[in-house]
Design a binder for this molecule. Structure first.
Ligand SMILES: [Cu+2]
Length: 136
């Protein structure tokens, strides 16, 4: 199991303004590598804002944080393999409220993956981290 902590500096620090590129949010995982198979993510929201965690595969040559961000401040999450976005619950929901935990379990093949938060602006603000999955 991987423990993921979502963090932010709170709405008071959100005054970057248009075009601002302040890294003020993050996802921190207890491990950056795991064996292939059933992988569980336990996500704690230590921040002041609502967050989520989505698992996306990384293509060859693609690094975490490199996905194009649309005008809505979100990335294309087509092809997501798992999502933890339900307050105190499993799977997909409306978001993980501050101070609560969400979880998800999914089967992952060996490869490189990216854990991201796709609330508007959060990816740009730094909410991504790479996860490597190794052959068992
Ligand atoms: Cu977020």
């Amino acid at each position: 199991m991987i423990e993921v902590t979502a963090g932010d500096m709170g709405p008071g620090m959100m005054s970057g303004g248009p075009g601002g590129h302040m890294v003020m949010m993050r996802l921190q995982a207890s491990a950056n590598s795991v064996s292939a198979g059933q992988v569980s993510l336990l996500v704690f929201n230590a921040g002041a804002l609502t967050h989520e965690v989505i698992v996306l595969p990384l293509h060859a040559g693609q690094g975490a944080g490199e996905r194009p961000v649309g005008p809505d401040g979100r990335i294309d999450e087509t092809g997501s393999l798992a999502e933890a976005s339900q307050t105190c619950g499993p799977g997909a929901g409306e978001g993980i409220r501050p101070g609560t935990t969400a979880w998800t379990t999914t089967a992952l093949q060996p490869g490189r993956y990216e854990l991201i938060c796709n609330f508007p602006g959060h990816y740009t603000a730094g909410m991504y981290t790479e996860l490597g999955v190794t052959s068992p």
